[in-house]
Design a protein around this ligand. Structure first.
Ligand code: PMV
Length: 299
């Protein structure tokens, strides 16, 4: 038997970086998935776009850790993914969650999704040194989620386009940028603390706008959130070029998503084709996708 599970990536509508200091954030699962097949076998092999290895904590740290956490069964793992790696879309959480779920079913281990999310978070912390539970939680359960309360909100009914700068992608980027913001905050607490508080206020307003389906206002606040992330020093010229291109093409709003320093931006729009074209013209790689309530699933 082979079991295939898939898990989605995520974007932040509001609140990255501020969430590190206890402010609320809104994260949404998007229909870009990582698929992992698990088959009981005599040897452990892990096959992905990076290459084929055995249990290998250098090349395949997340998958190797997932196998180990579940008691090191000998298993053949095959991975394919729509999610750009290390770009703020939660690719590592998706591969971790999908691997845990596929092994869980293939070997009849009996874990529930709460366990998958918890073990997934443990793995991310071990591999990265630090990680918020956001990515593994959203990848496991899907939907639109307020962090840290884990409250689920309605799914947005508008379109979404992601723009990848194809620059600065690195799994180590998040830790570096979180540290950079922490230093700025330490140097100028009276100036930086209010910025963090204001970013928190967007998630509070955003919740209401989502329930009212007021995507115009939501977009406006995303634009302000982008400006404040720029103020915190985590934006790049390439990210802003894609953000402005998306806005000029009529998006409700656009901002960088995730840690910044390169990686991806996100635009809300009802004209995804026009916004995607504008992003490509501005030098980015556009991905038209949609919000999804589906977290990890068996395929
Ligand atoms: O780039 P990502 O998807 O790892 O997002 C980082 C979000 C931060 O708020 C900057 C850090 C965190 O752990 O919440």
């Amino acid at each position: 038997m082979t079991t295939t599970c898939s898990a989605p990536g995520k974007i932040y509508l509001f609140g990255e970086h501020a969430v590190v200091y206890g402010e609320p954030a809104l994260a949404c699962a998007v229909e870009l998935r990582t698929r992992v097949s698990a088959r009981s076998s005599n040897d452990t092999t892990i096959k992905s776009g990076i290459g084929t290895t055995g249990l290998d904590f250098e090349v395949h740290p997340y998958v190797s850790s997932a196998i180990k956490k579940l008691g090191s069964p000998t298993v053949e793992i095959k991975i394919s993914s729509d999610i750009p790696v290390g770009s703020g879309l939660g690719s590592s959480a998706a591969v971790t969650v999908a691997t845990l779920a596929a092994i869980n079913i293939e070997f009849g281990l009996g874990y529930g999704n709460e366990d998958i999310a918890r073990i997934g978070h443990e793995i991310e912390k071990e591999v990265q040194g630090a990680a918020s539970p956001t990515d593994t939680f959203v990848s496991t359960f899907g939907g639109v989620v307020e962090i840290p309360s884990r409250k689920r909100l309605n799914l947005l009914e508008c379109g979404i386009v992601i723009g990848n700068t194809n620059k600065g992608a690195s799994p180590k980027k998040t830790a570096k940028l979180v540290k950079q913001v922490a230093q700025l905050k330490e140097e100028y607490p009276d100036s930086i603390n209010p910025i963090i508080k204001i970013i928190g206020s967007f998630a509070r307003h955003g919740k209401e706008m989502i329930s009212e389906k007021n995507y115009n206002s939501l977009g406006k606040l995303m634009n302000v959130n982008h400006g404040l992330l720029d103020a915190l020093g985590v934006c790049t010229i390439e990210l802003s070029a894609l953000v402005y291109a998306a806005r000029n093409a009529g998006a409700y709003g656009a901002k960088l998503t995730g840690a910044g320093g390169g990686g991806c931006m996100v635009a809300l729009t009802d004209s995804p084709r026009e916004v995607a074209d504008a992003i490509e013209k501005a030098g980015g790689q556009a991905i038209i996708t949609r919000f999804t309530s589906e977290g990890v699933i068996k395929e």
